[in-house]
Ligand binder design. Structure first.
Ligand code: PLP
Length: 397
């Protein structure tokens, strides 16, 4: 048996690879440089063009691009009218921002458990958490796989809830043939460098609802309007603009928009490669009894953002931590996505406690994301598979 690198053996790779990385090509760089030479470098024509492009890609009527994915979630929660006393049901396995947006509005996040096979929010758990105060849900397309829109949509209609989709992982995914972005009341995207399409930073909200769209536009720029019909004291004076509500500066620059536009054109090839890698990993890992492969619902044609390696820890002699460290030492570096949000110490200080979502907690103790991104080569993927097999062979009971 091969000696693990962590115990002095030879690592599978010389140079480390990580769970995600961006792919920036010359034409992306050219688009940014070109924009920097133009008259308007924020909220100019590239931002407007990106919004039109996002509508095309997602089939949504409206798109509002913002500074980052967290700003998108914040504005969505504000546009939804979340306030003190309102409860919002949120996925437990997600990045903290999915729940923080509720806290920004002084609402109360209520965490729903995940499905044990897809790791997405469980509609049954959502139902269990509905009270007379529930106002909305924030459902995350975890790893890029679409949430169960049919079940969640039905719950939202039945109880009059607003459906906010956190699609930070899911650009390029379709649900029963419809792109993510036109299914929920509002869908939030992120263009952080680890995501499938990047602008360095960046975010967007898509919606089919004109009223929500108008609110989002206003909130993105301080709550200030130039539209006379929205003003309390309308005038046709050219200089005049009026703040009619409290908003933020969540604008995106035109050079970020140019980068995202350029990247978005490559979404088909980004998607295809990610799907190829997922197939390769699924094929290799479904033959290994110690590994649980993430279940894909037939309705979701997924552009995967993360590849989750979930382990049956009871079949191994090591701990989750030891497995993680061993893969790291092989230089096929994993990451864990995510600590259940309510286990962060800040949430603990708000009164949330361990035990709320047993499936999410068990998932956290058994899972890690392995390298998977567009520019990962077949040889890199072979290294990852080799490293995983090597560590499993070593620790097999
Ligand atoms: C990345 C991410 C966000 C936040 O996006 P930023 O652009 O980094 O602010 C929100 N939710 C999820 C699930 C994410 O993965």
């Amino acid at each position: 048996m091969e000696q693990l690198a962590i115990f002095g053996g030879t690592p599978v790779r010389e140079t480390p690879i990580y769970y995600g990385r961006q792919c920036i090509e010359q034409d992306d760089i050219d688009a940014v440089v070109e924009t920097l030479k133009s008259d308007l470098i924020t909220c100019g024509p590239r931002v407007a063009a990106l919004e039109r492009q996002l509508c095309e890609v997602t089939h949504a009527k409206y798109a509002v691009v913002v500074a980052n994915g967290t700003a998108a979630l914040h504005l969505a929660a504000m546009a939804a009218g979340i306030g003190p006393g309102d409860e919002v049901i949120v996925s437990s396995i997600t990045f903290a921002a999915s729940a923080n947006c509720v806290l920004y509005c002084n609402g109360t996040p209520v965490f729903a458990d995940i499905d044990n096979d897809t790791y997405n929010i469980s509609p049954a758990s959502v139902r269990e958490h509905i009270t007379s105060r529930t106002k909305a849900i924030v459902a995350v397309d975890f790893t890029g796989q679409a949430v169960d829109h049919e079940a969640l949509g039905a719950i939202c209609r039945e109880h009059g809830l607003l459906f906010i989709e956190d699609a930070a992982h899911a650009i390029g995914t379709t649900y029963n043939g419809t792109p993510i972005g036109s299914l929920a009341d509002m869908t939030c995207f992120s263009f952080h460098p680890v995501k499938t399409v990047t602008g360095g930073e960046g975010g967007a909200i898509t919606t089919n609802n004109e009223e929500l769209y108008r609110k989002l536009l206003l909130l993105r720029t301080h709550g200030i309007t130039r539209n006379q019909s929205e003003m309390k004291h309308p005038t046709d004076a050219l200089w005049y603009n009026e703040q009619i509500t409290l908003g933020y500066n969540y604008r995106m620059t035109d050079f970020q928009a140019a980068l995202i536009s350029s990247q978005l054109k490559k979404l088909p090839k980004f998607s295809a490669r990610r799907k190829e890698l997922v197939r390769k990993y699924d094929e290799a890992f479904s033959a290994i009894p110690e590994i649980q492969v993430q279940k894909e619902i037939p309705a979701s044609d997924t552009t995967r953002h993360l590849y989750i390696l979930r382990l049956h820890m009871d079949m191994l002699t090591c701990t989750h931590r030891e497995f993680f460290d061993a893969l790291y030492a092989e230089r096929t570096c994993p990451q864990v996505h995510y600590l259940p949000v309510y286990l962060h110490s800040y949430y603990e200080s708000l009164g949330y406690r361990k035990g709320l979502c047993p499936n999410a907690e068990k998932y956290y103790e058994e899972s890690m994301s392995i390298p998977m991104y567009y520019s990962l080569t077949d040889a890199d993927a072979e290294d990852v598979i080799h490293a995983v097999k090597k560590v499993i062979d070593y620790y097999r009971k």
